[in-house]
Write a new protein. Structure first.
Lengths: 384, 384
């Protein structure tokens, strides 16, 4: 393998695929990145793969001699990132296939690699169900849900986001057992099945870690660009331009979350979103000192709500906010972090909080929204 | 105590004095900040003090009723920083002197305080030796030396910077036993002794932590502004405008570092500073994998130096740099971090490295400089 490429392209490719390189590899080769150079296509491909998540990217290079090798991802990444972007980089693998010589300007580095054959194959399924989605819709769906996944590995399926694609719409949902975020976008996709008869709905749960990387990958695309998605045998592959991301799926039946959302609400509160965020961030300073709980009390006669926290020995405080209140007055308590997460994920000026009783689920949603975002949060029981 | 003040001023005062509040206080009151309001002067003063380092700042406020109290620094700081800067803040201490009510706009917080009498007095010595220094000179002296102090608390005096003021010049020095940084500025100060007969030299060693805060405090001043310094009974007080910083001194006789600096050098190397920083930062990627050591080899015939590192099983590399070389060729090895620290502290385009042998101290200095900066670094012995 011998090639010359640009520092900028090699550096950004390394930064990208390194996100799929295991931080604590179970096998030495998994700490490496796979480099594959092709004389015929004049392209260099880089792959990082931790057996769960894989990222591959390809870019143009002057390939003098085809070949493949794996190199330590961190070492290579740190050296390349510090090289000048004025000079091209030459990579040259020795005859024994062990040492790579990297030269640029007056810099010269030798790195010990491991054979490309030792590197596990990316599960590049391009069969089974296939879809084409506008990148910006998928980004929107992930941004609205990933934060609600559980970080508790023992909770398996709940560490992922559940994605459902049917003929027209995309629905993403995530819950950690205390709150649930659901985003539904109509007309988000056209089914682009390889097999025209194969118009089944796709329903898959993917680890939040993989989806965070999908989100970053897609955020670099133009909003109207498309991403292809293939789903087969416990693996999902996202293909966007020259970049490929593979992820294993989380197996099992995702909870039937729609039954958790009450059909009717006796009380509704309309509030300015930014004012509520600021007020809750101050109240959270006290709530965080104790049990993270704040109380929301409505006063329909003064058309105000009060959010308050009491950290006992330390102090207490409240904030008053104007609100449009419907239904009887209520006092209801929540985990302040859960509520803040939800209202921060909303993109509209005003939000609606709907509830029935201090012990039944409440819903937060944007007042007006093209997509349909629903954030369910369980209240905290308080002694009155 | 009752007063109204601006959110911006209270917030920046809290951020400032909080740096002197103990992170792990030995007594509960030391987690607090002292607030003292004076009706006569219409000023509010804030103090943080961890018994070693103290910071006090004063600003204008509408004081309705004089008084003093201490409040939890972190809690108060976090709430005030999140309040809107559009509305003034009212602080009101109750009759019992226990609870402070903070109100701003539609926010209302109650915090439990501790009596001001429980707060230790700042050692505000304004006797003994006194000096007036241009702030920018002191900042320059600290920036050039603090990084060379030892972080090993067992090394006592070496955890501090040694400051020497005589009639005209200021000299700052710091060493951790492996390297030594000395900055000498002539004409930096006029002695401003309270007692005109008292023209002794001041020589004092102060903890690097205190001096880092002095550096931050002074960096906010205009460069030509002055700072007053008082030194007495194991305490130093810096006074700049409305801000006061006190620090205990480190007791003992600071090593006679000037005798460590060789009088003559048989070899000198002149190099472009920025190129050397970039080259060493790349070589450091490899050096850090092994023992942090890099080798410098001069080649006077090609007018080049080579800096290289060998991380054995991982890889190796070198960088070539043009240099003006005087004296015989040499190969000398250093800790790459020590050398990088030193050349980063230099502010000129070209630097001089002077040495005699691979086992005797080397000196790095700017090629041209009004102030006199000397960075001594011990080589690492290598098997050839």
């Amino acid at each position: 393998m011998k090639l010359v490429c640009s520092q900028l392209e090699l550096n950004s490719a390394l930064q990208l695929v390194s996100r799929a390189v295991a931080s604590r590899p179970t096998h030495p080769v998994l700490a490496n990145v796979l480099l594959t150079a092709d004389e015929v296509t004049s392209r260099l491909s880089l792959t990082g793969f931790d057996l769960n998540l894989g990222i591959q990217t390809t870019f143009s290079a002057s390939v003098e001699k085809s070949g493949a090798v794996t190199l330590p991802a961190r070492l290579l990444g740190e050296i390349v990132s510090r090289l000048s972007n004025d000079s091209p980089i030459t990579l040259d693998l020795d005859e024994a296939g062990q040492q790579v010589q990297l030269t640029s300007n007056s810099s010269s580095y030798q790195m010990r690699g491991m054979p490309a054959d030792d590197f596990p194959d990316l599960p590049l399924v391009e069969s089974g169900m296939s879809l084409k989605i506008t990148a910006s819709y998928l980004v929107q769906a992930l941004k609205a849900t990933i934060f609600s996944t559980s970080s508790d590995e023992a909770k398996q399926l709940l560490t992922g986001v559940h994605l459902m694609f049917n003929g027209k719409s995309i629905e993403a949902a995530a819950t950690d057992g205390h709150r649930l975020a659901v985003l539904n976008i109509e007309d988000a996709l056209k089914l682009d099945g390889i097999n025209a008869d194969n118009h089944d709905d796709i329903s898959v749960t993917l680890p939040s870690r993989s989806l965070s990387e999908v989100q970053k990958l897609l955020s670099n695309l133009k909003p109207e660009e498309h991403v292809s998605l293939f789903c087969d045998r416990g693996q999902v592959v996202f293909i966007a331009e020259d970049q490929v991301l593979t992820s294993r799926t989380l197996e099992g039946t995702y909870p039937n979350y729609s039954q958790l959302i009450p059909d009717e609400f006796s009380k509704s509160i309309e509030i300015d979103r930014r004012s509520l965020v600021s007020a809750l961030e101050r109240v959270a300073v006290l709530a965080d000192q104790h049990n993270n709980v704040f109380k929301l009390t409505t006063n329909s006669s003064s058309e105000e709500i009060k959010v308050s926290a009491d950290a006992q020995d330390v102090g207490s405080g409240y904030e008053s906010l104007p609100a449009i209140i419907q239904g009887e007055n209520i006092t209801i308590a929540f985990n302040v972090r859960y509520v803040l997460d939800g209202i921060k994920a909303i993109d509209s000026d005003r939000i609606l909080l709907k509830c029935n009783a201090p012990t039944t689920p409440a819903i937060i949603s944007p007042l007006k929204d093209k997509s349909c975002f629903t954030y369910l949060v369980m209240p905290v029981q308080i002694r009155s």
